[in-house]
Design a protein around this ligand. Structure first.
Ligand code: 5GP
Length: 197
């Protein structure tokens, strides 16, 4: 079904929470910290598609270390639009072994933490030398499980955000900033995957 606003994505945004310039500066800062902390060791960045794609692409270029990347894609079971179930299905697995590797998970956003909680246990089972977490956005207000986050870009309030990889109904990922969707945008039309809580 077509959506009459599809051609004017930016008009659907209320507040810009994190601007393009703020993201760029934060990526440089995080990259420098990671470069320093790993002290020349090789690191494997594991990113979770699709939302983390722009962050991964930018962050990897801000890290001055020998570096491998791998990509996973997961989806939550259960159709609830308000909370993820914590049951995660792996749609795309790692393409190489991470045994003995220093692994850094690169995430777009941590909300309830259930997805990442599953992923951490899954990746720990593959015996990496170390496992750390870097997230661009953190929404601690809705956290259901404690997640040991090592690198956080921005802590944001409990609002549904889109842009810089984050979608609503698979759209808005290409916006260069992180913004809040106007409520009237998700208040209309048929329910779609990724509906805000
Ligand atoms: P969690 O398991 O932490 O509740 O969910 C994490 C996933 O939910 C994220 O990777 C992202 O796909 C989705 N998510 C959580 N909050 C938001 C949000 O504000 N906007 C968008 N677009 N996705 C979100």
């Amino acid at each position: 079904m077509t959506h009459e606003r599809d051609t004017d994505l930016q008009a659907d945004i209320g507040d810009i929470l994190v601007s393009e310039a703020e993201i760029a500066a934060k990526v440089v800062e995080l990259g420098a910290r990671i470069t320093h902390d790993y002290g020349g060791r090789r690191v494997t960045l594991v990113s979770v598609l699709k939302g983390s794609l722009p962050f991964m692409a930018d962050l990897m270029r801000a890290i001055d270390l020998p570096l491998r990347i791998d990509l996973m894609e997961v989806s939550s079971y259960g159709g609830s639009t308000t909370e993820s179930s914590g049951l995660v299905r792996i749609l795309k697995d790692l393409s190489a072994s991470i045994e003995g590797e220093d692994v850094l998970i690169v995430e777009d956003i941590i909300d309830t933490g259930l997805t990442l909680n599953y992923l951490i246990r899954y990746l720990r089972g593959k015996n990496p030398a170390s496992l750390r977490i870097c997230t661009l956005l953190d929404k601690p207000a809705r956290r259901l499980v404690e997640i040991p986050v090592d690198y956080t870009g921005f802590t944001i309030p409990d609002q549904f955000v889109v842009g810089y990889g984050l979608d609503y109904g698979e759209l808005y990922r290409n916006l260069p900033f992180v913004g809040v969707l106007r409520p009237e945008v998700y208040g209309e039309g048929e329910p779609v995957e990724g509906e805000p809580a």
